[in-house]
Ligand binder design. Structure first.
Ligand code: ASP
Length: 358
């Protein structure tokens, strides 16, 4: 925490350091003192991330450092084609990353969008919150900001993601000179197996969100992604939008989203969930409320099943200040990652619609 806050504001705002609180209350949690931190919750691909975040919090780390380091594991993993290195590119074949962070104790936010060539956008977003008076830096400006701070440029497009992009490109238009996929042999594997079940191979979604709570009741959250595959260059999803793909209120809870970002933005998803938790909803009920709102407001025919239900997936994740947590998906069959006193594991998401009714 001392690294994140400047000393003047730190002393003025908080009398006990997060690390001290974590150490003191961590003992109580280990002895089974009821709900509370440390708890970390994440999307399915964040099993290692929640374990790492919780371990760091137990060792006294600030919750923001814990979640940013937790998701770094996935950003650095070339086999996860939805985040960081190996992320699926935009329609020009260029990987563009979005990320946001929020630090509960000081209610500070930072984000980057359409960031190219930098493997760990969440760490850059943390620097936006820590070192600047801004909340969001995009594109060329974000890259220059990251380079000034010493972040190294990397080619983020792996061979696998380049081949997947080429395959998509070849299917775009029957009358261009790109061969159709059945004329050559490129497998469709290597994508998030859960996302691949969502029905659309035209575009692929995937992201990691992680929120964490310390034993002292401090919260932080992060969302990081390569966004919608094959997007129009410069398209920004919900992940770097504070209040949409991420929102943290230290007095209430923290929430985040994955899935169709446009739908999440249009209902201010994460902010809606935190507001519902403030009114007394459990995290799971708050996630379901936001999903219902999306379903009610999905009125464009191209986004609907014949039944009128949304033809896309959205998932929400939330943790409340008292340590209760929950997640829900628009369509059934999804899981999330959580780590608390019982260790890191996957649990089933609640859901709005049963996939059997798809
Ligand atoms: N929400 C992300 C976006 O729309 C993608 C995802 O989570 O799948 O950019």
């Amino acid at each position: 925490m001392t690294q994140f806050l400047d000393r003047r504001r730190f002393i003025g705002a908080v009398s006990v350091s997060a690390a001290a609180l974590a150490t003191k209350a961590g003992t109580a949690r280990a002895q089974g003192a009821g709900p509370g931190g440390p708890v970390a919750i994440a999307s399915f691909n964040g099993l290692g991330s929640v374990a790492k975040a919780r371990d760091m919090i137990r060792a006294g780390a600030d919750p923001l450092d814990a979640v940013v380091e937790g998701v770094r594991l996935v950003e650095d993993d070339p086999s996860d084609q939805t985040v960081g290195l190996g992320g699926l590119p935009n329609e020009d074949g260029v990987v563009e990353l979005d990320s946001s962070v929020m630090h509960g104790p000081m209610h500070r936010a930072g984000a980057v969008a359409s960031l190219r060539n930098i493997q760990n956008p969440a760490a850059v977003a943390r620097e936006v919150a820590r070192r600047t008076d801004h909340c969001l830096i995009v594109g060329e400006g974000a890259l220059r900001f990251a380079k000034k701070l010493g972040f190294k440029e990397t080619n983020l497009l792996t061979e696998e993601s380049r081949k997947a992009w080429l395959e998509w490109r070849s299917k775009l238009n029957d009358s261009d000179d790109w061969l159709a996929p059945d004329e050559f042999d490129i497998p469709l594997d290597g994508r998030d197996p859960q996302a691949a079940r969502e029905g659309s191979i035209t575009h692929t979604y995937g992201t990691i969100h992680c929120s964490a709570l310390t034993p002292g009741g401090d919260l932080a959250g992060v969302t990081t992604t390569s966004g919608l595959s094959w997007k129009i260059p410069g398209r920004v999803g919900d992940s770097p939008i504070i209040g949409a793909g991420l929102y943290t209120d230290n007095e209430v809870g923290s929430a985040g989203a994955t899935g169709r970002g446009e739908a999440v933005i249009q209902i201010c998803g994460a902010r809606t969930i935190v507001a519902r938790m403030e009114s007394g909803d459990t995290p799971e009920d708050a996630c379901l409320y936001a999903l219902r709102m999306i379903a009610d407001k999905t009125r464009v025919a191209r986004l609907q099943r014949p039944s009128g239900k949304p033809n896309f997936q959205v998932l929400f994740y939330a943790v409340r200040r008292d340590g209760t947590y929950g997640s829900a998906s628009m369509w059934s069959g999804r899981q999330f990652a959580v780590s608390d006193v019982q260790g890191a594991r996957h649990e089933d998401c609640a859901f709005l619609f049963d996939r059997a009714d798809w």
